[in-house]
Design a protein around this ligand. Structure first.
Ligand code: UD1
Length: 421
């Protein structure tokens, strides 16, 4: 398996262009199942998760052509199968995003239950509850959930808590339902808005995406075709801004939309980083001093759980005491043990991590446990003295496009080591 080797201590400087958002590309690709049209998607990130969903869509009956260096064309040519097998769902939970579209368009879907993952139990009960309210019949057998409905019916659905992929699955399903569906306490993440925009281009009638109440007026079919550009990845952008902060550098993140990152920018500024919002992106300028900051993860527009691990890496080098509280996932501190191996002083109390800023981190061999935990180890490695070797890089490849190349361009000493055969 590949490893990433970093010789830390370089002050990063330059431009990093942000790729398309993984968490928008996945539901938008899945939404291709709903449409009779042909869709050219641009700014599709080259990531393992995107490869996985494309394979799954091909297996279900979609034709996907990679006809653009940053894009692809999706067309549903006919249903081959209505099943998302365990092998795909276990490698990528977001495979459950095919559930809503399949049942809405073809009347049936069978998806492997995702089970737990490194960051928590992550159930899909809300996805199922919503489909049941829309009249679907649900059976769970042999680790699979089977959903059937001749035609889904509009319904009022309250989500508790506001699940991102739950909102997306139900919003997609409701586009072809008979009548009006109202999703209350809907997730407000920008990726939900991006999906709603794409669905609207296909012919769906959706109001309120980006607020906590989304209303979908079901239509008979989605026939629109066209070109759609996927939004930039706000978490990737936030990671590069944090990299400027932790290395005392200056990075312009091209394509970053600052209003998607309000909570993150607020905390970076609190930590003493100068953030300049420019017409084409955002620039982080660090003086080298890192102030302490308390962080509590929340659904959007609160501080994103997907930036928690990266900000914790930054806080390990602050000049004070910071408390990071994780409220979205119950087990999202797997990076802590690895950061400690690099000299970080972190105590865990329930869902709080108490971080006493250290003067320095020292490079060490570490192991990535999930996607964002891996990004936090890369940041720590960039700032640490000496060499950091990060194993299980496949987690990073799920969510960061050409990460070692983008960091090299900024002046980092970072390389991917392939196993010798
Ligand atoms: C999405 C993102 C992920 C991000 C997360 C939270 C994608 C592909 N992934 O994941 O990167 O970390 O949002 O911002 O967009 N829950 C239930 N029942 C459900 C569904 C969720 O109890 O049926 C709970 C979860 O356990 C969690 C909370 O709701 O505590 C939020 O999870 P959710 O928003 O569903 O996360 P994902 O959509 O899986």
């Amino acid at each position: 398996m590949d490893k990433i080797l970093i010789k830390g201590g370089k002050r990063l400087k330059g431009d990093a262009a942000v790729s398309g958002a993984k968490n928008a590309a996945l539901p938008i690709l899945a939404a291709g199942l709903l449409s009779r049209g042909e869709h050219r998607l641009l700014n599709v990130p080259k990531l393992m998760d995107v490869v996985t969903i494309k394979r799954l869509l091909n297996h279900l009956g979609a034709a996907i052509t990679d006809d653009d260096p940053d894009g692809c064309t999706v067309r549903m040519t006919g249903l081959n199968r209505c099943e998302a097998p365990y092998e795909w769902v276990k490698t990528m939970r977001a495979s459950v995003l095919v559930l809503g579209p399949l049942v809405a368009r073809f009347g049936e879907a069978k998806v492997s239950l995702p089970g737990g993952c490194a960051i928590g139990a992550r159930p899909i009960n809300l996805h199922l509850m919503g489909l049941e309210k829309m009249g679907a019949e649900i059976t769970i057998e042999h680790g699979y959930v089977a959903v059937k409905a001749r035609r889904l019916k509009g319904a009022r659905i309250y989500l508790d808590p506001a699940s991102v992929t739950g909102t997306e699955n139900l919003m997609m399903a409701a586009t072809l339902a008979d009548g009006v569906t109202v999703i209350e306490n809907a997730a407000r993440e920008p990726e939900v808005i991006d999906l709603a925009r794409f669905l609207t281009q296909c012919g769906a009638k959706i109001n309120g995406a980006g607020t906590d109440t989304i209303t979908i007026d079901g239509v008979e079919s989605l026939d629109g075709s066209g070109t759609y550009r996927i939004m930039p990845d706000r978490i990737e952008a936030g990671t590069y801004l944090a990299a400027a902060a932790i290395t005392g550098g200056e990075i312009f993140v091209r394509g970053c939309i600052p209003r998607h990152l309000d909570a993150v920018l607020l905390k970076l500024r609190e930590a003493g980083v100068e953030i300049r919002e420019e017409p084409d992106g955002a620039r982080a300028v660090s003086s080298g001093r890192i102030g302490a900051a308390d962080i509590k993860t929340l659904p959007y527009p609160g501080f994103p759980t997907d930036m928690q691990a990266q900000m914790m890496a930054l806080m390990t080098l602050s000049d004070g005491l910071s408390v990071v509280t994780e409220t979205v996932f119950e087990n999202r501190f797997t990076h802590v043990a690895e950061l400690r191996r690099m000299g970080a002083e972190i105590k865990i109390q329930g869902n709080n991590a108490i971080i006493k800023g250290a003067k320095r981190l020292s490079g060490a061999p570490v192991m990535a446990s999930d996607l964002r935990a891996s990004a936090s180890l890369v940041l720590a490695g960039l700032a640490a003295e000496g060499e950091t070797e990060i194993a299980r890089v496949y987690h990073l490849d799920r969510g960061y496009e050409r990460i070692e190349q983008k960091f090299s361009n900024l002046g980092a000493d970072i390389q991917r080591i392939k196993p010798s055969v």
